[in-house]
Design a protein around this ligand. Structure first.
Ligand SMILES: O=C(O)CCC(=O)C(=O)O
Length: 326
């Protein structure tokens, strides 16, 4: 499909943004964050990133021989030490932003962006992860991927070639070369919040417009797809469908690119970051119900409970009754 003539532009018109994301898999919200918020978030992110580096707790990826996603060494052993500058990492990830500043928590409730997320995910959804990616000079392009790679594709009536628990980033249940007659729904939405200007040179996220509707991985596509770079001034939010093929761009500039990524998923799915364990107790004690719901503390149709399916919320200190006898 050739989209060149009518690709989405930055807009503050929400009807346009919803139409853009439906048709192209992404939209760009103009001035989603005002300059005061951008400034505060950037300041907090830089402090946090510097401290994580200083304490040897930084996670660094995106180097020429070192890509994010190689979680194990092939024998099932985690490769934590692979994500350091010493091992070739260039970009810096800062995870679990929900714990790392009020400004980050406030950003989650930006009304214009949430209206588009609501449009795709509906009444109830969870925060799946909330991180920053500081794409640094020398960082290479990330492999194209979708953010719902774990979502099984629709199948033919014969048994599925790959059971759900065996799906990996590299191995889907899609049969051979055949495109499925139907595609999986959008079950996850990502927001890239630009904290400085994004360009093709400084690693603006690369993506294939319209790829959210193809239902197959890039290596099965026809022709040579050109990726585009997400570009926009600081404060722009790029919202994209979880099925859109995308990845960090190569940073060939001399400056860092600062972006926050907040991913939301349907309440049926397992979030990428485990907020029910990892969210800090001090922030939960006065968190509003809307934040508790996003973090997975709100019971959904009886799921996520400890004991009673009719309770509204769970808390970190709730315990099961355990073995009882009379
Ligand atoms: O940093 C970016 O531009 C995108 C990052 C991304 O796609 C990811 O972390 O999965």
């Amino acid at each position: 499909m050739n989209f060149a003539s009518n690709l989405p532009r930055t807009t503050s018109n929400l009807a346009q943004a919803k139409s853009d994301i439906d048709h192209f898999g992404y939209c760009l919200i103009e001035n989603a964050l005002d300059p005061v918020v951008v400034h505060a978030a950037l300041k907090r992110l830089k402090e946090q990133a510097a401290a994580e580096l200083e304490q040897g707790a930084a996670f660094e990826d995106g180097g020429p021989k070192q890509q994010w996603g190689a979680f194990t060494d092939g024998k099932g052993r985690p490769r934590q030490q692979a994500y350091t500058a010493a091992a070739g990492g260039v970009n810096q990830r800062v995870w679990m932003l929900v714990n790392k500043g009020q400004v980050f928590r406030d950003i989650l409730f930006t009304a214009s962006v949430r209206a588009v997320v609501d449009h795709l995910l509906g009444d109830d959804y969870l925060l799946s992860s909330y991180s920053a990616n500081i794409a640094k000079p020398g960082g290479v392009a990330m492999n194209l991927h979708t953010d719902q790679w774990w979502m099984p594709h629709p199948v033919h009536r014969e048994p599925s070639p790959v059971p759900v628990g065996s799906i990996t980033r590299q191995r889907t249940n899609l049969k051979g070369e055949e495109a499925p007659p139907m595609i999986a729904p959008c079950v996850c939405v990502n927001v890239m919040w630009m904290l400085n200007d994004f360009s093709a040179e400084n690693g603006g996220t690369r993506f294939v417009p319209g790829s959210h509707l193809r239902g197959r991985p890039p290596e099965q596509w026809d022709g040579d797809d050109e990726t585009l770079a997400a570009e926009g001034p600081a404060g722009t939010a790029m919202i994209f469908d979880g099925r859109l093929w995308h990845g960090t761009g190569a940073n060939v500039s001399s400056d860092n690119r600062y972006g926050l990524l907040s991913t939301f998923c349907g309440p049926q799915f397992r979030p990428q970051e485990n907020f029910t364990i990892g969210a800090r107790a001090d922030l939960l004690s006065d968190a509003p119900p809307e934040l508790l719901a996003l973090l997975g503390f709100k019971i959904w149709s009886g799921y996520g409970r400890v004991e009673s399916p009719v309770a509204e919320f769970v808390s970190q200190d709730e315990r099961s009754l355990g073995e009882l006898r009379v």
